[in-house]
Write a new protein. Sequence first.
Length: 274
Amino acid sequence: MRMTGALMLLALGMAAWGPAGADEASSPDGVNAREVVQQCNFKYPGDDQQTRLSIILRDKDGNEKKNVYRRYWKDYKGKEGIADKMVLITEFPPDAKGSVFMRWGYTSTNKNADQWIYLPVLKKTRRVSVRDPGESFLGSDLTHGDISGRALDDDEHRLVKTEQRGEETLYVVESVPRDPANALYSKVLSMFAKPGQDWSDCAKRQVEYFDRRGEPLKQQVISWQRSGDAWLWDEMTVRNTQTEHTSIFQVTDVQTNVGLKDDVFTERNLTKGH
């Protein structure tokens, strides 16, 4: 089920949830916000992924820019402090073909990701530092902090709305950072959908982000695909409501648990040319 923007406003709109600090909404199955986030927000992504990623960037006037990458990703499960590693090899546009981007993410919230770019025209790899987790990721409306994600205990969670629609239960959870000074957003509202009674099928459908002043900043809509037991985006759209800029992420040609080797994610591999 893919929800429209109008339904998102109905489910997440300001009239639908109470002020911060209000009591939790009642849930027909007796769960609280923390349980919903724990069950629905942290999905198994596979041990590794090999996909094609298309990113479409659209400005408020409707002008579009499209980039297509071959994407390689591996979960390091916190080994030596590394959360995951990713390589993106540019396939489109033609003038950027063969450029390679590599990112290493870390489990520590105090350590920014390491990044490298290989430019075939220069035949040179350079390191790109991430000074601010609020910086844009690949020019999109997602930030580096969004890509890294947040741990369950980084936020206080409150169930603000529960709605039954046929066999599907919708939960809206407000997440407020425990340490506002080091957070990108004053709060985040997430809608999770649980089809039937099985928590294993519950997933995040929509998100609304509020800036540090408490004003609506951007809206995210996610549709999912499954590859075996792994969960991946099918299409994810994020729209900045302040700038009216939109980013669309599309994931195709999915393979998971293919046994990617560690040397795929090295500087030496970037310089081989693709």
